[in-house]
Ligand binder design. Structure first.
Ligand code: AMP
Ligand code: ZN
Length: 140
């Protein structure tokens, strides 16, 4: 994959050809405000180089995005005084990905914000969990 995808909105933002509120950047990453924020301060950390998703991004870009996400969290802690944070990545359509340039959502959380846990915790069948764990381990 080339560093840039000509049809990608986040690549256009990295290139300075599309508008964005950029709040942090380094040689590998850019962090911009999400245009449809879930909470006050919702931002997106993206690699400068185009990678479609978590499966495609290389280790160095992924590490740089993780480090940038924590840097932004620390900055938001000072600037916004939130009560907590979620980091979220969506990989592929089934997992809610809508922009196919890897990104980590940095979502400051507030005691009175409207967000809900996106899954319903259920009782565990330990035999099933063990069997799935074995399948995952075999894939190593
Ligand atoms: P996802 O569903 O995980 O792929 O998240 C994509 C996110 O990108 C959504 O939260 C959108 O609101 C956000 N988004 C899409 N286009 C832009 C844009 N031009 N500038 C900033 N955020 C954007
Ligand atoms: Zn891109």
């Amino acid at each position: 994959m080339a560093d840039r995808d000509p049809d990608c909105i986040f690549c256009a933002i990295v290139a300075g050809e599309a508008p964005a509120e950029i709040v942090d950047s380094d040689e590998r990453t850019v962090t911009l405000m999400d245009i449809n924020p879930a909470t006050k301060g919702h931002a997106l950390v993206i690699p400068r180089r185009h990678s479609e998703d978590l499966l495609a991004i290389d280790d160095d870009d992924l590490a740089a995005c993780a480090i940038a996400a924590r840097r932004v969290v620390r900055r938001m802690e000072e600037a916004l005084d939130p009560d907590g944070f979620n980091l979220l990545n969506a990989a592929r359509v089934a997992a809610w990905q809508t922009v196919f340039h890897f990104h980590i959502h940095v979502i400051p959380r507030y005691e009175d914000d409207p967000l809900k846990l996106p899954w319903i915790p259920r009782g565990a069948d330990m035999d099933e969990i063990s069997a799935i764990a074995a399948t995952i381990r075999e894939g190593q």
